[in-house]
Design a protein around this ligand. Structure first.
Ligand code: TYD
Length: 235
């Protein structure tokens, strides 16, 4: 890969949409294609963020309110960006991140009822200029997602209690689904919605096409930037 700058892809969607399976498959396909890939997740990914993850998902911060939780997600994100994502991008890697800013916009902003200005300010501080180049939104009706998430918990065994955010009902999940779709329609250059109600193979095929297309475009831009003739024609 000749790229001088990496490529940042976030994956979003409700519970049970199949993000982790699809991220793993995309990671394998990109590596087979010769890319350096970093797979990571939020909340977490870096040492500091993983310890905050534990505090948030255990429910320990819940009594202090959704505003406190939003700040903890932002603190975790800032550590993750600083310690892991920005350095990986600087090395030219493709970063695949399970959840990022849109989860905060949706879970804390929309269903957590926090005001937009507060969420926007936290986002700016947390990401410090590091934005996804592409966001894949796995879209699934809430009932299907919840049924899959419950089945997964049951398969894993009773020790995996539903986390703080998995306990909510269909209505809340539908609200989140609409909020992710709203973001996608407002930012069509960054966001791609993928129908996650199909087979794993079909979904993986779609995602790979979208990603390869974007990576090819990036490489064309990189090549043109390093071409002195183009630099002249632009001046
Ligand atoms: P996780 O176990 O990683 O589940 P999932 O497979 O659904 O990603 O749990 C992460 C939970 O945290 C998930 O319910 C969504 C929530 N979350 C937020 O509320 N805000 C955020 O900014 C992020 C990154 C996650």
């Amino acid at each position: 890969m000749t790229k001088t700058q990496g490529f940042f892809i976030s994956f979003e969607g409700g519970e049970g949409a199949g993000k982790s399976t699809q991220i793993r498959r995309l990671g394998e396909a990109l590596r087979a294609d010769g890319h350096e890939v970093l797979v990571t997740r939020e909340p977490g990914g870096s040492a500091g963020a993983e310890s905050i993850r534990h505090v948030i998902l255990s429910g320990a911060a819940e009594p202090f309110g959704v505003r406190m939780e939003a700040m903890l997600f932002a603190a975790a994100r800032n550590d993750h960006v600083t310690a892991l994502i920005r350095p990986a991008l600087a090395e030219g890697r493709v970063v695949l991140c399970d959840r990022f800013i849109d989860s905060s916009r949706v879970y804390q902003g929309i269903t957590g009822n926090l005001e937009q200005g507060f969420i926007d300010r936290l986002e700016r501080v947390a990401i410090d200029g590091v934005r996804p180049d592409l966001t894949v939104i796995l879209d699934l009706p809430a009932e299907q997602g919840l049924a899959r998430a419950r089945k997964r918990s049951a398969d894993i065994g009773s020790s995996e209690a539903p986390d703080r955010f998995e306990k909510e009902e269909i209505e809340v999940h539908e609200m989140r689904r609409r909020a992710f779709l709203d973001i996608a329609s407002r930012e069509p250059d960054r966001c791609h919605v993928v129908d996650a109600a199909r087979s794993e193979d079909d979904i993986a095929g779609d995602i790979l096409l979208i990603v390869q297309h974007r990576l090819d475009q990036e490489e064309d831009v990189d090549a043109a930037d390093s071409n002195p003739l183009r630099a002249e024609s632009l001046s």
